[in-house]
Design a protein around this ligand. Structure first.
Ligand code: NAP
Length: 212
């Protein structure tokens, strides 16, 4: 399988990349990033300035596109900048891949994604899910993790507090809202590249069973 991976420098994307590099059934990985990745025989790593637009290239064609791309409102600066990444940029990349006849897309979305949500973050996640459905991939899988349990390069205080609280409250927390490790999500995303045609959703409580 040839894989196209977005967000390979992120917490989940790094895990997807490591797993895919180690997986003999994956013959080639194209991972466009802003920062160069460590070289590997199976890896093609176009380094792009995504703000300057996306290049026309053959490498948008793959057997499956996995997106772990995303930012936070804090990192992006404001809501509009957040939406440009978590909706517009993902959609533009998906459109390139679809135009180059990539048949399958798997999106790392979020628990609670809903285009009618009153919460801006969840609404944006719901909107990208909806926009991707309109592109009509042969197979589209929307994976909706709860809080991601991962080692991060940069401190995210609110996230760390939530993770700590979730660990303490784990027995009382419904399965859907329990933290899920970046590795389990990555495993699930990779497995989701294979399967029947159509649109499917994997909710957070199913990530481990769908991926383990
Ligand atoms: N944090 C949570 O608990 C949580 C929960 C549910 C869902 N999610 C969603 O899950 C997805 C993956 O999360 P994560 O924690 O793995 O994310 P992450 O660690 O923040 O990584 C995000 C990736 O997106 C890339 N990216 C961000 N802005 C970009 C831009 N303007 N142009 C090009 N690339 C850009 C980053 O590249 P650089 O390394 O160059 O910045 C990185 O590769 C995100 O969509 C997130 O919203 C997160």
């Amino acid at each position: 399988m040839e894989l196209l991976l977005l967000g390979a420098t992120g917490a989940v994307g790094r895990e997807v990349l490591d797993m895919a590099l180690a997986d003999p059934s994956v013959s080639r990985i194209t991972a466009p990033t802003r920062r160069a990745l460590l070289p590997h025989d199976k890896l093609h790593n176009p380094v792009l300035d995504f703000d300057k637009g996306l290049p026309d290239a053959d490498w948008w064609h793959a057997d499956a596109l996995v997106s772990c791309l995303g930012t936070t409102i804090r990192k992006a600066g404001d809501r509009a900048a957040f939406r440009r990444v978590d909706h517009d940029l993902i959609l533009m990349c998906a459109h390139r891949a679809k135009t180059q006849e990539t048949p399958v897309m798997v999106l790392n979305s979020s628990v609670g994604a809903n285009p009618r949500s009153r919460n801006f973050y969840l609404r944006t996640k719901g909107e990208i899910e909806k926009s991707l459905q309109k592109l009509a991939f042969e197979r589209l899988v929307l994976v909706r993790p709860s809080l991601i349990d991962a080692q991060r390069d940069e401190p995210r205080l609110a996230e760390q507090v939530s993770l700590l609280a979730s660990r303490l409250m784990r027995p009382l927390t419904p399965a859907r809202y329990r933290p899920v490790t970046a590795r389990h999500i990555a495993d699930c995303l990779l497995r989701a590249t294979r399967g029947d045609a159509g649109v499917s959703v994997i909710e957070s409580e199913k990530i481990r069973s769908a991926g383990a």
